[in-house]
Design a protein around this ligand. Sequence first.
Ligand SMILES: Nc1ncnc2c1ncn2[C@@H]1O[C@H](COP(=O)(O)O)[C@@H](OP(=O)(O)O)[C@H]1O
Ligand SMILES: [Mg+2]
Length: 275
Amino acid sequence: MTTSSSTALARDLKSGALSLAIAEIAEEAARLILPYWRAGTAVETKSDDSPVTQADRAAEALILERLAALYPGVQTVAEEAVSANGAPASAEDWFWLIDPLDGTRGFVRGGEAFTVNIALIHGDHPVAGVVTAPATATTWRTDKPEGGAFRRQFGALQAGEAHAGEDWRPIRVRDRPQEGMALLSHSVTDEEATRLAARHGCSRWQGTDSSLKFCLIAEGRFDAYPRTGPTSEWDTAAGQAVLEAAGGRVLADDGQRLSYGKAKFLNGAFVAMGG
Ligand SMILES: Nc1ncnc2c1ncn2[C@@H]1O[C@H](COP(=O)(O)O)[C@@H](OP(=O)(O)O)[C@H]1O
Ligand SMILES: [Mg+2]
């Protein structure tokens, strides 16, 4: 990476300009994805058995092009590129993690819980992240873990109306209520979900696709999201950034903060928690 890009990243992180710019990119990707939603889009199956559509590919190409124009030469680790060409052998000091369409299974079923995810990693942890839910035109962002997390409805979805939505509003995790409420992936059985929720002090749970789970905890609507099965780092990085900035935590099995740049960019078990 060029020295000017690392200087620009550090400067824009500090000012808050970085996550604002990344939010615009994620919202542009959302507008690209929406015409494919509930439109009978053809679904292919990747070698790992997971689904992919034209929407995933088009959104990833757009995001990579916009990031390269803003900050040339920064390493990118993006779901569809890794699926096509393999993962980079190692992570650089600064790198982007991109999941252009997380929750593709739900997207294909016509559900609302699918997201665009862009995160910036520095060292071993996310320092900025944006999650956008195209179906509800909602974006969550942060670029200063100590400076808070924010959410906005980005309003009309027609091209050129990117700024027509609400202002950014701060969000915060809630204090744990008497009866905690967990979020679980639809990939676990009801029995497993009940057991995992109870293990994290939650007597009730709800199944939800995608990284939206991190954002719902960050907004104070749920309390925990335990996951035992594998995920890729681009599935969790942006959501973790938002949740941590809103006062929550994401811990790996060893009790440490979930870290990034691991072998094959794969996560093991973790739990995301609110207050
Ligand atoms: N064995 C595995 N290895 C890596 N990631 C996996 C995985 N099984 C599921 N995932 C990831 O989990 C995401 C779905 O999470 P959830 O079940 O919480 O919605 C999928 O994201 P995509 O939809 O982007 O492919 C997929 O990448
Ligand atoms: Mg994903």
